[in-house]
Design a protein around this ligand. Structure first.
Ligand SMILES: [Ca+2]
Length: 343
């Protein structure tokens, strides 16, 4: 009996019945968050339902709305999902240099705004932000375990650029950054979505995008070229809505009107692709390219430029992995299955 007990006890210590396999990716989720239908909200839903991902923390940044809205919405989403254990660190309320102007205030995004956040559905969360800033958290979490932490960056890159400037050791410590940002004119579907050639996240903070792309950290770029090949159709929406989880109910309540009004409604997916490509890299095709961002004031402010060979002005620019194609049917199957808790 004694020896049997000793064996059982040893087995319990080594492999308790409730032990989970270690997630393949430990991530910091950096986001200009708002609840669905915004893509950040849908991307977080996908990430929360993907056991391949282990959240080191969530960091917020101004972009689609101001950082107050990002904080309020992400804290509430974690409560709805029952994931209050994930810590949230408030980030930059303004880009590094981009100033508010008439174009910004009359076009998409409220990164320049000081408005208080509206109450999310169900009211403001009881959960609160951590005291530490997003940039300081990124520095602490990445340098504590060099080579361990990946950043999934789906908003303007202000927090990450600030962390790099404040603590250059971050560059060697971050395993890689997967960025939703940019549009590559040299590849199909490479037009911009805020100015003719600039993608929104890079345009909000071109200086930050330039710092991050030139940092030397391994980078995967998920640009508009791949977003433009996706669609979230009504059948996929209905499958998620029918699953009845708290997050699915919230998505249903906030998106049903759009699908009811137009059966052909099929928005593109942006941040969701970045998350999905971490979960299953075979969903996308990727090529190596030299990519930089124009941060000079003028017609190309915030425009990403990518090429396969150096050209005058590109000397010393980093080479990154650029996603340029996606299997949308398989991507949407993953998205629907995860949000419907079928896996
Ligand atoms: Ca975003």
């Amino acid at each position: 009996m004694r020896s049997a007990c000793a064996l059982l006890c040893a087995a319990f210590v080594i492999a308790p019945a409730h032990a989970q396999p270690r997630a393949a990716h430990r991530i910091i989720f950096d986001t200009d968050f708002a609840l669905p239908p915004q893509d950040d909200g849908l991307a977080l839903a996908l990430a929360l339902d993907s056991p391949e991902l282990d959240f080191v923390g969530i960091t917020t940044v101004a972009g689609n709305y101001n950082v107050a809205r990002a904080n309020a919405d992400v804290l509430r989403m974690l409560e709805i999902a029952g994931r209050e254990e994930i810590k949230v660190y408030g980030g930059a309320s303004r880009p590094l240099a981009h100033a508010k102007d008439a174009f910004a205030t009359s076009h998409y995004g409220k990164w320049w705004s000081d408005e208080p956040a509206p109450a999310p559905p169900g009211g403001f969360a009881k959960k609160t932000l951590e005291a530490e800033s997003a940039a300081d958290f990124i520095i602490r979490a990445t340098t504590a375990r060099p080579g361990d932490v990946e950043i999934v960056a789906i908003g303007p890159l202000t927090n990450i650029a600030t962390a790099i400037r404040r603590a250059p050791a971050v560059v060697r410590a971050v395993r890689r950054i997967v960025i939703m940002g940019g549009a590559i004119a040299a590849l199909p579907d490479g037009a911009g979505n805020i100015t003719p050639n600039a993608e929104f996240n890079f345009w909000v903070d071109p200086e930050a995008a330039r710092v991050v792309l030139r940092s030397g950290i391994p980078i995967v770029l998920s640009p508009l070229n791949v977003s433009m090949k996706t669609s979230f159709d009504r059948d996929s929406f209905r499958a998620i809505a029918a699953s009845g989880s708290p997050i699915a109910k919230m998505i249903d309540a906030r998106m049903r009107e759009r699908y009811d009004a137009n059966p052909d409604y099929h928005p593109h997916m942006y941040d969701e692709v970045a998350v999905a490509s971490v979960v299953d890299p075979t969903l996308v095709k990727t090529r190596s390219m030299i990519v930089d961002v124009d941060a000079a004031p003028g017609i190309d402010y915030g425009v990403s430029v990518g090429g396969t060979e150096t050209w005058p002005g590109s000397e010393g620019v980093a080479t990154v992995d650029v996603q340029y194609d996606i299997d949308n049917a398989r991507f949407m199957r993953l998205f629907v299955d995860r949000l419907s808790h079928r896996r």
